[in-house]
Design a protein around this ligand. Structure first.
Ligand code: GLY
Length: 334
């Protein structure tokens, strides 16, 4: 069987890798422009990032989170340092009320500010309350993509696909992020996110911080090498402009949370577009029942987290196995 994967983002590459492991002849076609993975911080937060209570999506997120350590080990990348986990944080009483809805769902006990500062001494005294989610991790998506590209050496072709009729393969997997809409007619919309990268001496932070700060959601993802990723705006916009307001809002929230960040170098300001869908759950499965086209797109805020399970389910589907989990994520459900 021949399979062409359209899109060499983190999802497309992971699907192609799993297909190759099954001995399938796979080619990845890509325009060469980096996608959302290049901007993504790589937080692996199955509860904190899903706005809706959708039981099938929650299960998918949790199962994928469970698969990340083995997936990362196979690729030789790490998932956070010291298994520190994530701290969910709130600054004001309103922030606490907002965050508590998610924390209650996670069944995590509330920690006092002193307990939080024992874990992260750099936290501001303004932090009012928080929780520790030990099973949440992080990964550097740029390292994951580099490792996947290595494993697919010779299989990636730089080619902008304008129409699926140009693609000569028995099965075509469309993993083209926001570009999936133009190729398939499916309702995938771009959701702009501005993300900053700071750099300083390693050791200022150990945990991923996911916080509500004066009504604004912000996350800080520290890497062992001293990089700290600060994200993200969420804007229903298609432009790729880094705005003064976006950078201000992110830095303001980050510094309110961890004042010591003011000393770090601001090394990158970036913009990406999350591929959103009407219910913000991914599109996974055949375009039509008898179609040669399989879709793996629309992962919205959870593309990195959902990479391992998407790769397993979609490679399995291409090989002829329809996992019952896919039923909830049919591309044609709208
Ligand atoms: N998962 C983080 C974001 O989409 O901003």
């Amino acid at each position: 069987m021949t399979v062409a994967v359209v899109g060499a983002g983190i999802i497309g590459l992971a699907v192609a890798w799993r297909l190759r492991e099954r001995g399938i002849d796979v080619t990845v076609l890509d325009s060469g422009e980096p996608g959302a993975w290049h901007v993504a911080a790589g937080m692996l937060a199955p509860a904190g990032e899903s706005a809706f209570e959708q039981s099938a999506l929650t299960r998918l997120l949790e199962e994928s989170n469970d698969r990340w350590p083995a997936f990362a080990a196979e690729l030789g990348v790490d998932v956070g340092f010291d298994d520190a986990g994530t701290l969910g944080l709130a600054l004001t009483a309103d922030d606490l009320a907002d965050a508590a809805r998610v924390w209650t769902r996670q069944k995590l006990p509330l920690l006092r500010p002193s307990e939080l500062r024992e874990r992260e001494p750099a936290l501001s005294p303004r932090v009012r309350a928080g929780v520790h989610a030990p099973a949440e991790r992080q990964v550097d998506p740029r390292k994951v993509v580099a490792a996947l590209r290595e494993r697919l050496a010779g299989r990636i072709v730089v080619k902008r696909v304008e129409s699926l009729s140009e693609v000569d393969a028995e099965t075509v997997v469309v993993a083209a992020g926001c570009g999936t809409a133009a190729l398939t007619g499916l309702p995938v919309r771009p959701v702009k996110g501005q993300v900053l990268r700071l750099r300083g001496e390693p050791g200022l932070l150990r945990h991923v911080l996911a916080a509500t700060v004066d009504g604004r959601h912000v996350y800080l993802v520290p890497r062992a090498d001293g990089e700290i990723v600060v994200g993200a705006t969420q804007e229903e916009r298609t432009d790729a402009t880094v705005t003064a307001g976006g950078v201000h809002d992110l830095l303001h929230a980050a510094l309110e949370l961890v004042p010591g960040l003011a000393e770090l170098e601001l090394t990158e300001t970036t913009v990406g577009h999350r591929p959103g869908t009407p219910d913000n759950a991914p599109l996974l499965g055949r375009l039509d029942d008898d179609s040669r086209v399989i879709v793996a797109a629309g992962h919205h805020r959870n593309g990195v987290l959902l990479t391992p399970i998407t790769a397993d389910l979609i490679a399995g589907l291409a090989a002829g196995f329809q996992d019952p989990l896919l039923e909830h994520f049919r591309p044609g459900r709208f």
